[in-house]
Design a protein. Structure first.
Length: 428
């Protein structure tokens, strides 16, 4: 077999392959063996017909076509392996010459894994930055914990910020009630910012039993096109005002929050947990920054097939998340200033997909450069961690025994180890 390679771009090649007569004879033997499984010849059991007998009784056109398919399949695999090219899709094959038993010449065009030129991965500038929690941070969390244990006490005074109120309301635009603008027995925390500007402030100052109108205007960047910047009137009936009574921060309160015998122990635990959380977040941020910086310093041609696959994956995941939130795509597009779905794909999805593909390619190349591997035990431990997370889901649990799922987990593990090594190399 003779092969010549032409690079059409950094990511696409076309191979011209000429198959020898001996290789065609070998392919014909494979074809006859396959046909033998189906052909019926008097005196022979089905599937037991010798190849030389099959050759005499089978349709020559069928033999020629099957030989061509088998010859192409083997030649493509052998040629790409010999040239050390990793095809990213099924090659587009075009037969130039074919005479059964004598000659076969064809081209195979496909996108391949590109050559990645790594930047200096040992001299990246990103550094670990951990913001230490302060006493003020601890105080703020304790207030939120107090609110979790707060008692609600109905009061007769006028409502004020911090109170919980129960209201009925009807919102109208140009005298007509609009969708989503009406509710009964609605619980609202004044000062929560749950409603548009002016609503909660307008409720404050009124007492239970009051009915009043609020002339308001929706924000100009509101997600609904019909209400964006619209002037509306809310008719509100205040049904009850409830004051939140926060518990004292004492030993009894500390005991409610966990196995603590004093407020000092509680504060120390909060400080420890906050510090650990911020260290974890800073560590993850550092990983992202180092990978992003390495991508910027490296030369990474992006194959179109990988880009399109990633775009489809991002779009599918995004649509699923919108569905879980009860939001349709049109509402999201409108709220975020996209005129069409195509504009969203072009401005938001495509850049995200390209960033992911580049990160994946640069980490794969770094993994190869550093010769990072994972032991069988490491992989087993990693798989067991996933199994523990899904211990109560039999269907999900069974998936972790499938070879393709285990290969995916192995790839993730190698990526994690590669990123950890990148952090180590830039922390000295």
């Amino acid at each position: 077999m003779k092969t010549s390679v032409k690079h059409l771009s950094d990511t696409k090649v076309v191979l011209t392959i000429a198959v020898t007569p001996d290789e065609l004879k070998a392919a014909e033997l494979v074809a006859l063996t396959k046909i033998a499984k189906e052909i019926k010849v008097p005196g022979f059991r089905k599937g037991k017909v010798p190849a030389n007998v099959v050759a005499k009784h089978a349709d020559p056109q069928l033999v020629g076509q099957q030989t061509l398919e088998d010859a192409l399949s083997k030649a493509v695999a052998d040629a790409f392996a010999a040239e050390k090219l990793q095809a990213l899709d099924r090659p587009e094959v075009e037969v130039k010459k074919y005479e059964p038993g004598k000659e076969l010449e064809f081209t195979a065009e496909v996108e391949v894994m590109p050559t990645i030129k790594l930047g200096d991965y040992k001299k990246l500038k990103a550094k670990l930055k951990v913001e230490k929690p302060t006493d003020k941070d601890v105080d703020g969390l304790i207030v939120r914990m107090q609110e979790n244990f707060a008692e609600k006490k109905e009061v007769k005074r006028a409502a004020k910020s911090g109170d919980d109120v129960v209201i009925d309301f009807v919102g109208k635009k140009d005298g007509v009630a609009f969708d989503g603008g009406t509710a009964e027995d609605f619980n609202l925390g004044l000062g929560s910012g749950q409603f548009i500007p002016g609503f909660e402030e307008g409720v404050a100052g009124h007492k239970a039993g009051d009915t009043f109108d609020l002339d308001l205007e929706f924000p100009k960047d509101y997600h609904s096109k019909d209400l964006k910047g619209a002037k509306v009137v809310f008719t509100v009936t205040l049904k009850s005002v409830n004051e939140k009574v926060l518990p004292e921060v004492d030993e009894a309160f500390a005991a409610k929050c966990g196995p603590f015998t004093s407020v000092k122990e509680l504060r120390e635990d909060i400080l420890t947990q906050m510090t650990s959380q911020r260290e974890r977040e800073a560590g993850e941020k550092l990983k992202d920054e180092l990978v992003k910086e390495l991508v910027e310093k490296s030369t990474i041609p992006v194959p179109e097939v990988l880009l399109k696959d990633q775009e489809r994956s991002i779009e599918q995941d995004f649509m699923q998340n919108l569905m879980y939130q009860g939001i349709n795509l049109d509402s999201y597009l409108e709220a975020n200033g996209f005129a069409t779905k195509e504009e969203w794909l072009d401005k938001e999805v495509q850049p995200a997909a390209e960033a992911r593909v580049k990160a994946g390619l640069v980490l794969a190349e770094l993994n190869k450069e550093l010769k990072i591997d994972a032991s069988t035990k490491e992989l087993e431990d990693h798989i067991n961690l996933y199994k523990q997370q899904y211990a109560n889901n039999k269907e999900a649990l069974a998936q972790f025994d499938q070879p393709e799922v285990q290969r995916d987990i192995a790839n993730r593990l190698l990526t994690e180890k590669t990123v950890e090594k990148l952090v180590e190399l830039n922390s000295k």
